[in-house]
Write a protein that binds this ligand. Structure first.
Ligand SMILES: [Zn+2]
Length: 247
C-alpha cells in the first residue's frame, strides 16, 4: 500500500491553521503599507501642484511711479528684487556728510574714486546706504526733502526691504561733470560709466542690473554693488545664483 500523500487538489488544507493566519496578516500589513505610501505621495503631489499653480496673492502697491500690481514670486522676489536686511549702524562709514556705505566698502571705494580722478574722471557717489525707512518713504511717498531730490529722480524700483542699498554694499555713481545724467540711462554715455565698465571689477564692484537682467529689473547703469568681502558675497549669493542659472 502506498503511503504517499495525494499529489493533486487544493493543498491549502495541508497548511496548518496558525501559519495561514500569519500569512494573511502579512498580506494585510503590506496592503496598509501601500496605502500609507500612496497617501504620502498624494499629499506631496497636491502640495507641489498647489505651490506651482496657486502663486502668492497679488498685492497692490502705490509707488512713486504710480500704482503697481505685484506678487512675491516663488523664489521670494518682489518686483524682481531679492529681500535684503538693513545693516546695523555701527557697520557704516561716511563717504561724505549724509552719505554712508558699509565700512568694508570704504577703502576700495576711495581707491577706485582716486584711481578714476587720476585719469581725469570725476566719479561721484550719489547714493549709498539707505535705511529701509528711507526706502519706504521714497518708494511710497515720493518724499521731498532737499537732500533727497536726486533720489526721487531715481524712480526707485526696489520696495522697502528689497533694496541692495539697505545692506550698505550698493552704490549709485554719477559723473561730476554731467550731473543731468544722475539716475538716468544716459549715464551710460558718460566718462564715469565708461571708466567703471573698464575698471570697476578691479575694485570688486559689479553692475547689479545690466540690460535684460534675469531679475527683470529695469537697466540701471549707475547702480553697482560691492562683492569684495565674504559677507557681501553671501548677501548677493541668491542674486548671483539666479544669474548663473541663466548661463
Ligand atoms: Zn541704486
Amino acid at each position: 500500500m502506498s503511503l504517499r500523500p495525494p499529489t493533486d487538489g487544493n493543498n491549502s488544507e495541508e497548511i496548518p491553521f496558525a501559519r495561514r493566519l500569519v500569512a494573511s496578516r502579512r498580506i494585510t500589513s503590506s496592503r496598509f503599507r501601500y496605502f500609507l505610501l500612496g497617501s504620502v505621495f498624494l499629499t506631496l503631489f497636491t502640495v507641489f501642484i498647489a505651490l506651482n499653480f496657486f502663486p502668492n496673492p497679488e498685492i497692490s502697491i502705490s509707488t512713486n511711479r504710480g500704482k503697481l500690481k505685484a506678487r512675491i514670486s516663488k523664489d521670494g522676489l518682489l518686483l524682481g528684487h531679492f529681500p535684503y536686511k538693513e545693516v546695523s549702524k555701527d557697520k557704516l562709514a561716511s563717504v561724505y556728510p549724509g552719505m554712508e556705505v558699509h565700512k568694508s566698502v570704504a577703502r576700495d571705494l576711495a581707491n577706485m574714486r582716486a584711481s578714476a580722478a587720476a585719469q581725469g574722471v570725476q566719479l561721484i557717489v550719489i547714493s549709498g546706504f539707505r535705511s529701509i525707512d528711507l526706502q519706504r518713504q521714497i518708494f511710497y511717498e515720493n518724499k521731498s526733502a532737499r537732500n533727497q531730490i536726486a533720489i526721487e529722480r531715481a524712480k526707485v524700483s526696489a520696495p522697502p526691504g528689497y533694496s541692495e542699498h539697505s545692506t550698505g554694499f550698493a552704490v549709485d555713481f554719477g559723473d561730476g561733470t554731467m550731473r543731468s545724467t544722475d539716475f538716468e540711462v544716459e549715464f551710460e554715455k558718460t566718462p564715469a560709466y565708461l571708466w567703471l565698465k573698464k575698471n570697476a571689477a578691479k575694485f570688486h564692484f559689479v553692475l547689479s542690473f545690466p540690460k535684460n537682467n534675469i531679475q527683470g529689473v529695469s537697466y540701471e547703469p549707475w547702480h553697482w554693488r560691492y562683492e569684495g568681502t565674504v559677507e557681501a558675497l553671501k548677501e548677493f549669493e541668491p542674486a548671483n545664483r539666479k544669474r548663473r542659472r541663466k548661463r
